[in-house]
Ligand binder design. Sequence first.
Ligand code: HAM
Length: 424
Amino acid sequence: MARSSFQSPKGIRDVLPEEQPYWHRVEETIRKIVRLYGYERLDLPVFEETALYRRGVGEGTDIVEKEMYTFLDRSEKSFTLRPEFTAGVMRAYIEHGLAQRPRPFKVWSLGPVFRYERPQAGRYRQHTQFNVEALGEIDPALDFEIMSVAYHLYSDLGFRNLNFQINSIGCPECRPGFLKQLTAYYAGRKDDICEDCRKRLDVNPLRLLDCKVPACQPVIESAPRISGVLCDECRDHFARLRTYLDNAGRPYVINHRLVRGLDYYTKTVFEVWAEGIGAQNAVCGGGRYDGLAEAVGGVPTPAVGFASGIERIVLTMQSQDGAPPAPPHPAVFLVMQVPQAGEQVVSLLAELRAAGVDAMMAFGGRSMKAQMREANKRNAEYVVIIGERELADGTVTVKYMDAEGQETIARDSLIGFIRARLHE
Ligand code: HAM
């Protein structure tokens, strides 16, 4: 039976033209900042072998357990639509021998990411990430640089009350000791915590700390803190990062509960929370992942990075008072007063565009009034009218849309005339 209509898949949205000026502004700012910080573009496939994410992101994570779009291709091989970029960046780094390049290897990507999540404001099943990674260095100055890329982006976009949540979640040296303390503490409190936390206790105890269920909050409050058991290297690394942040006057708070939802993190983790994007208020998240390279079959490679969802950036921009970015509008709208002017209008349109002047016309042989209405709706700066008189004299009439008056000029001088005015 034929379906009468279709809708986009649940949790997946269209970005209509009226929202595009925001996206354009974000992308422009991203391009400026990655150039400033020396990051090169890296484009990756939209799907990878499922095992890459299982090993990279981690078996016990929500992403791998519940959220991946996994499918068998026609040769029965299992692939997964990328639920994030980092594992793919590491796969490409190892596969192409990119460790030979100057270190750190600094790259950014932009594109869709897929997670089967429960849709709500700011949380979608397809979202778009701006992802930034720096591979090959353990220096905390690089953690600072990565956080600076995010800071710079959001300040340029005019975000208010910008604040970083930061934490260090240790390394394979010190974390096991902390997890022992944590599980011992929770073992005596199984009755006071939610069902999910009882599972986390076995599968992924670190994530006990970021449970949002009200009943678990007092338990988390009194839980042991990882800062108390960091090894010397992790403690020193975190202290140096904080010194860089302090020296730069960057706003941050140390959040002992920040652990992030992906397994590969070591040492630094951070998020930026923003107002106006619903309950899902992390506009970006990232950190260091010094063990990921080995987990996916490479040699030890320290690395750090972050990703930010463009949809959440746009929601934040929309929730702040600033004027929205101006929608695009043509410099010139061509109007034919009589049907015989049609050929001239089509030629002139091509000439204007070839000269770099953005121009439009009304299609479909509409009345003069309807064409003028469209010029108004499209917010054109100038309307250029060709009627019988203009056809006969080789002229055009230019009408200023934001002021009174019009003037008739030689057709051949139109491009110079418009260009001169656009540069005023
Ligand atoms: P993540 O925290 O899972 O980290 O996602 C990064 C950002 O993507 C979030 O802060 C949020 O802005 C956006 N985001 C995530 N899920 C959704 C969703 N369902 N709907 C809308 N936006 C969403 C990562 O993906 C790591 N790979 C980041 C990273 C890079 N760590 C090191 N390098």
